[in-house]
Design a protein around this ligand. Structure first.
Ligand SMILES: Nc1ncnc2c1ncn2[C@@H]1O[C@H](COP(=O)(O)OP(=O)(O)OP(=O)(O)O)[C@@H](O)[C@H]1O
Ligand SMILES: [Mg+2]
Length: 356
């Protein structure tokens, strides 16, 4: 969400704020040296309205607090006129400042929501014109394609060595073949998904599927200084679902978790993945990260198609994940982490005869 859209340039903002501070000083002096009957403090509302376009919500609340403090302070300093009239005028000014601030904050929030909706519409228009199917496929095969490129480069390096390291080169080619098969499986599954085809369900070990995804992602994730910690229930019964699709969902969640921590330098970056039996007939998967968590109010939208807070995101990862999990008879949801960070969970039905 880009709340800054439409805000003036930084240098312009600084100058305007300096102007507003001077205006506040003038209002304060005028309010103090004139008679109680002159309600100069009312002009603070104009300051609030101008400042609302320049500063953040929190700074605006602080500024309003300062205006109210100045109103009370100049009331205490004023020496002329009727005390009672001064008291009423000061109260009116304070109420006016508070109401103006509230309305300005509401207006800014509505404007930000409108801009967000407009950006979402633009993305929908762009993507619909390209074709939702191709976008979904492109989104999902991006990861295996990147892995193929990495293994291809590694293979080239092993072959360029003198003498060439054929064992290592062979391992890289095997990884390339594995990823290429995964990409073509994914294309078939996404095509099936968008055409309403049933998932290819089979009985499988969710822990094993998690281990494979972690093995695929680990190098990339650890290169970003992120550690992956697994806490898997060893006695987990098998689940009944489409293995390729469920792995896609986990890949999307690992990607999101690492993107949520990408900007952190000093903070500990950690992804925790858990699996557990969740009585009576389901297995539950959880992924917890130590990123920035969700922006206020965004948790209600994250599963919407084309809803993204990232400059380069499409906003499809979670929408696809939800379609997949629901098509496999499960449920997917997000929770806020009490220590910051995000938690994503999904549940899947147990394979028949495995009910706990
Ligand atoms: N682990 C997370 N921590 C914080 N916010 C998250 C996390 N995962 C998802 N989100 C929020 O949900 C939004 C939607 O996620 P989704 O995966 O659908 O799209 P995206 O990651 O923005 O783009 P892409 O289509 O490339 O995946 C994200 O833009 C982000 O705001
Ligand atoms: Mg994503």
């Amino acid at each position: 969400m880009k709340h800054d859209i439409g805000r003036p340039l930084r240098s312009h903002r600084v100058l305007s704020m300096a102007g507003l501070l001077v205006a506040m000083a003038v209002i304060f002096v005028a309010d103090t040296v004139t008679d109680y009957a002159v309600a100069a403090a009312g002009f603070y509302t104009a300051v609030i309205l101008v400042a609302a376009r320049l500063i953040s919500a929190r700074a605006l609340i602080l500024l309003a607090g300062l205006c109210i403090f100045l109103t009370i302070f100049s009331f205490a300093l004023t020496k002329f006129g009727s005390y009672q009239v001064g008291l009423i005028n000061s109260c009116i000014s304070i109420v006016a400042i508070a109401i103006t601030t509230y309305l300005a904050l509401k207006m800014n929030a509505a404007q930000a929501a409108a801009q967000q909706a407009q950006a979402q519409l633009l993305r929908i228009a762009r993507v619909t014109s390209l074709g939702e199917l191709s976008t979904s496929i492109a989104h999902e095969v991006n990861q295996p394609l990147a892995a193929i490129a990495t293994s291809g480069n590694a293979c080239q390096r092993w072959l360029d060595q003198q003498p060439p390291n054929l064992d290592k080169a062979k391992q890289a080619v095997e990884r390339i073949l594995g990823d290429a098969h995964r990409a073509s499986d994914i294309i078939a599954r996404v095509r099936g998904l968008t055409q309403g085809e049933q998932p290819h369900k089979s009985h499988f070990d969710l822990n094993q599927a998690i281990h494979e995804v972690v093995a695929i992602s680990r190098t990339d994730v650890e290169a970003q200084g992120i550690s992956i910690d697994l806490s898997l229930d060893e006695n987990l019964p098998q689940v009944l679902a489409d293995r390729v699709q469920i792995q896609q969902v986990i890949v999307n969640m690992v990607l999101n978790a690492s993107e949520a921590m990408a900007d952190y330098q000093d903070k500990k970056k950690e992804i925790r993945i858990q699996s557990a039996l969740s009585a009576p007939h389901t297995v539950q998967f959880s992924i917890i990260d130590s990123g920035g968590g969700f922006a206020a109010g965004s948790i209600a939208h994250i599963f919407d198609p084309f809803w993204t807070t990232k400059g380069t995101g499409i906003g499809l990862g979670l929408a696809i994940s939800r379609t997949i999990i629901e098509a496999n008879g499960g449920r997917i949801w997000a929770e806020e982490h009490t220590d910051g960070g995000a938690i994503f969970k999904f549940s899947l039905p147990l394979a028949e005869g495995n009910a706990a």
